[in-house]
Write a protein that binds this ligand. Sequence first.
Ligand SMILES: [Zn+2]
Length: 163
Amino acid sequence: MKCPFCGFEESKVTDSRASTAGDVIRRRRECEKCARRFTTYERVEETLPMVIKKDGRRELFDRKKVLSGIRRACEKRPVTLDAMEGLVDSIERELVESQDKEVPGTRIGEMVMSRLRSLDEVAYVRFASVYRSFRDVSEFRAELDLLARENGANKLDEKVPGS
Ligand SMILES: [Zn+2]
């Protein structure tokens, strides 16, 4: 989305709102170069795919909802709100570029997880434990062990709840 002031291609979405009919999305954007703000109106079918919920219903991609899940996972972690916004931005970009009409909600969860993982491991594990609702402690443990192995360290051990 080109900045109307300086023509720069990259902008950050600061707010998204669907019209009552749900077919147009109004976005507040901030240019990443000149920092000026502008509003865009984008047709849904040209932007983001509909999200397929577990019960089969479709809903608009809800940026706020995704962000709030990330914020919960990042609570008291050294992750800036900017980084979290950037994470959601990159998910939105990938969804737009996929040009899929519909995407399962689970895929968005996976997209969040893969990004959180490189941002902050503790936040990743928190998000994953809520999102995947690990069936039992051993499953959760296995995920932590996998992370620890990849890091060649066991620094996550102290963060395991209830073990
Ligand atoms: Zn600009």
